[in-house]
Design a protein around this ligand. Structure first.
Ligand code: HEM
Length: 236
């Protein structure tokens, strides 16, 4: 049995399975896509998480306290089973994905032969190419109070008060094309963020204010971010 997605792709290709990429070029495109979709996205999100740690030291402190409550011995006590139960870690990750989804627009879609009606007042004609601006929707103040602010608490302790259940969040897309790597992405982001926060104090380097990193990202399917200079000070 193959143990990873690329081996599954190769197995399907070698066996002429009807789920296999139809040509050599399609196989190469799929492999390229997997590398970008599977590494750039999580890496960019972890970079944004580090940015928010440095920008909001009080949230960094809170996250560390929550992690240490469940792993009092620090990193030597670390286990994924324990990390998974620290809800503030997911709150921190989700708030990062809300403000900075590493795929800001996603893949284009085409409306069906019937076109698409949205509510009563918007109709998009048949066979129209559409894109969904995830980041703009996830920062829309009609749905998200304090929309531009980094508030991890909206995902849990202030969930009801801030109406999070009714707000649109789809950093991993939805429906049949939901991200195939969502579970893997959470595993790697929880692991990276929890270990970094438990082992280091994270701060902006002298001369760095994070403004360029925060404002000069480029949308190239996955987000490309400018450099960010940070200092990692080992904790005792
Ligand atoms: C923070 C991490 C990630 C985010 C935010 C993310 C987001 C997304 C989004 C928004 C899409 C849909 C694009 C569209 O159709 O418009 C997608 C698709 C996909 N992602 Fe991810 N992704 C992440 C990590 C990963 C990882 C780690 C993998 C693989 C291990 C992966 C594999 C895929 C694949 C194969 C698809 C295509 C699914 C399909 O079209 O059926 N992603 N991802």
């Amino acid at each position: 049995m193959p143990q990873d997605i690329l081996s599954w792709l190769l197995k399907a290709t070698n066996e002429g399975d009807n789920t296999a990429p139809p040509t050599r070029k399609a196989l190469e495109d799929d492999v390229r896509f997997m590398i970008i979709a599977g590494s750039e996205t999580s890496a960019t999100t972890v970079a944004y998480e580090l940015f928010f740690l440095a920008k909001y030291p009080e949230k960094q402190h809170k996250l560390r306290e929550e992690l240490l409550k469940s792993m009092p011995g620090g990193v030597s006590d670390w286990s994924y089973a324990k990390v998974k139960e620290v809800s503030y870690l997911d709150d921190f990750i989700n708030e990062t994905l809300r403000l900075k989804p590493p795929i800001m627009l996603g893949v284009q879609r085409e409306t069906s032969e019937k076109g698409l009606r949205i509510d009563s007042d918007i109709y998009i004609p048949p066979r129209t190419t559409v894109m969904v601006p995830m980041q703009a929707i996830q920062k829309d103040p009609r749905y998200w109070p304090q929309a531009e602010e980094f508030v991890p608490e909206r995902w849990n302790e202030r969930r009801k008060e801030m109406g999070t259940d009714d707000a649109p969040f789809f950093a991993f897309c939805m429906g049949p094309h939901l991200c195939a790597g969502k579970i893997v992405a959470y595993i790697s982001m929880r692991t990276a963020l929890s270990k970094l926060v438990m082992e280091f104090d994270v701060a902006f380097a002298p001369g760095e204010d994070g403004v360029a990193f925060d404002t000069l990202e480029l949308e190239t399917f996955s987000t490309v971010v400018p450099p960010l200079q940070l200092v990692f000070t080992p904790r005792q």
